[in-house]
Design a protein around this ligand. Structure first.
Ligand SMILES: Nc1ncnc2c1ncn2[C@@H]1O[C@H](COP(=O)(O)OP(=O)(O)OP(=O)(O)O)[C@@H](O)[C@H]1O
Ligand SMILES: [Mg+2]
Length: 243
């Protein structure tokens, strides 16, 4: 295998352990994408998770993060907040990971909903120059991406676009590219048709039948956004009715 000699992907593949305790009727194994999770291979540069709300992207990203040693609240690996959430799924314990011979030296798990907590923690341990709390949501995220992520890293990001204006999403693409050129691997759950355009990537579509690779222009994100922007007066008329 050609992969065996290259450092990336740091996380090469995940599957469900054969001895895992699986209850198909309850979360998380009730989710089709989780049931079908077998020998899922990651791109050395960027792997995107896309799919309808509730299709299991965050569940699987969180399980990967925990299995890789990140805290459930997110952040870098040395961020282990004193309290834990009860909402963490047990999936991480059922995952089998295939990893590179080389470990990443940097990393971050961005859980959109807990970014505030992590910013608080980083304030407490003392961060250089400007507190992340003194930034807007998007400014703080761009700070992380440009100034804090050092490269040679594994970065797990859940909907980073939530913080970003379209212009900053373009800037994020270029920051991601810089980090990729600096030996980093990203796994990103996203709904953003802008981020998804990143070319050195594999897009994994989650749906009711499991997980399948899809080309950028075949994603709903691309097709629906393009159609809407090109025909929005007509689409609005259809959606809202003629009054
Ligand atoms: N702690 C939990 N306990 C039980 N069910 C859960 C829990 N967390 C999520 N779920 C359910 O699991 C399914 C997948 O949720 P998940 O958050 O992984 O979806 P997602 O693909 O990230 O969606 P979105 O695009 O809206 O972020 C959903 O039906 C959700 O209601
Ligand atoms: Mg989610």
């Amino acid at each position: 295998m050609s992969n065996t000699l290259s450092a990336r992907p740091y996380l090469q593949e995940i599957s469900i352990r054969p001895d895992a305790d699986i209850d198909l009727n309850s979360y998380p194994f009730s989710i089709p994408a989780v049931q079908e999770l077998n020998f899922l291979k990651f791109h050395p540069d960027v792997t995107f998770f896309v799919g309808e709300n509730g299709s299991g992207k965050s569940t699987i990203l969180e399980a990967i993060a925990l299995a890789m040693g990140f805290g459930p609240e997110g952040g870098s690996k040395n961020v282990q907040l004193l309290y834990t959430t009860d909402s963490v799924s047990p999936l991480h314990a059922s995952l089998k990971l295939r990893k590179s011979f080389r470990k990443p030296t940097d990393g971050y798990f961005l859980r959109a909903e807990s970014f505030f907590n992590v910013a608080t923690y980083m304030d407490a341990i003392g961060t250089p120059d400007r507190s992340l709390h003194a930034c807007s949501h998007g400014e703080a995220f761009m700070q992380l991406l440009i100034n804090k992520f050092r490269g040679n890293g594994l970065y797990l990001l859940d909907e980073p676009e939530a913080a970003l204006s379209p212009n900053r999403q373009l800037a994020a693409l270029s920051a991601i590219h810089q980090l990729v050129q600096n030996e980093s691997q990203f796994i990103i759950a996203t709904h953003s048709p802008i981020l998804l355009a990143y070319p050195n990537a594999k897009i994994l579509q989650f749906d009711g039948t499991g997980i399948a690779e899809v080309a950028y222009e075949d994603t709903e994100h691309f097709a629906i956004t393009r159609d809407f922007l090109n025909h929005y007066p007509r689409r609005l008329e259809q959606l809202l009715g003629d009054e």
